[in-house]
Design a binder for this molecule. Structure first.
Ligand code: C5P
Length: 222
């Protein structure tokens, strides 16, 4: 039998990564972090001498890039390798995070990554997280979840993540501003903007523990 595809979309900081990874683990499906792919492209641009506005040069850069994703197993996080270089950590910096929304709005970037994602999903058996999975990448996904939370709650979660990494010169207000800006850019772009698919189930995670969210999704899948 064909394994299902589960699409988990939503804004930055709604808890998609942790939840998607755990759901994949629990259901023995492959975890697909599409945000990491867009981050890899932003990293590539940041470490080139191409201007971030130069769409045609970026298209060329991206078309020549080789991407490799090693899904998380055991306690290992997802490994992202671009042109032979392991950038798994480097794609999480604030510099890359700030650049990824504008870079992910370019057609050449989206085309390359969506094709890659659809190729990976051909046989099913995937839990994919992103912004356009249910609307654009896998419109026929068996289960679609739209994960949300208030800006305040999302900023608090991000702050905790940064603090856990020993990063403590970022303020809650700055994180709220960054999240609002990324939400605005992701929902207002022309190509595959962030929005809830008409057949997605919306799950607001304010006040819910990670465990509760995971259980709700597994219940929905079953
Ligand atoms: O989920 P994450 O925060 O890693 O995503 C980083 C950025 O990548 C998003 O803010 C969005 O601009 C872009 N993205 C996208 N489409 C996806 C996944 C991520 O445009 N499917």
């Amino acid at each position: 039998v064909r394994q299902p595809i589960i699409a988990i979309d939503g804004p930055a900081g709604a808890g998609k990564s942790t939840v998607t990874r755990q759901v994949a683990l629990a259901l023995n499906l492959t975890y697909l972090d599409t945000g990491a792919m867009y981050r890899a492209m932003a990293w590539l641009v940041l470490h080139s001498d191409i201007a971030t506005e130069d769409e045609s040069a970026i298209a060329e850069l991206v078309s020549q890039a080789t991407l490799e994703f090693i899904p998380p197993r055991d306690q290992q996080p997802l490994q992202v390798i671009i042109n032979g270089e392991n950038v798994s950590q480097a794609i999480r910096t604030p510099e890359v995070t700030a650049l990824v929304s504008p870079i992910s709005a370019y057609a050449a970037v989206r085309e390359k990554l969506v094709t890659y994602q659809q190729e990976l999903g051909k046989l099913g058996g995937i839990v994919a997280e992103g912004r356009d999975i249910g609307t654009n990448v896998f419109p026929d996904a068996e289960v679609k979840i739209f994960l949300t939370a208030s800006v305040e709650e999302r900023a608090r979660r991000r702050l905790k993540d940064f603090q856990a990494q020993g990063e403590d010169n970022i303020s809650l207000q700055q994180l709220e501003k960054d999240i609002q800006q990324r939400d605005y850019q992701d929902t207002h772009r022309t190509l595959a903007p962030l929005r809830k698919a008409s057949d997605a189930i919306e799950l607001n995670t304010d006040g819910l523990t990670v465990e509760e969210v995971i259980n709700k999704i597994i219940h929905l899948v079953q």
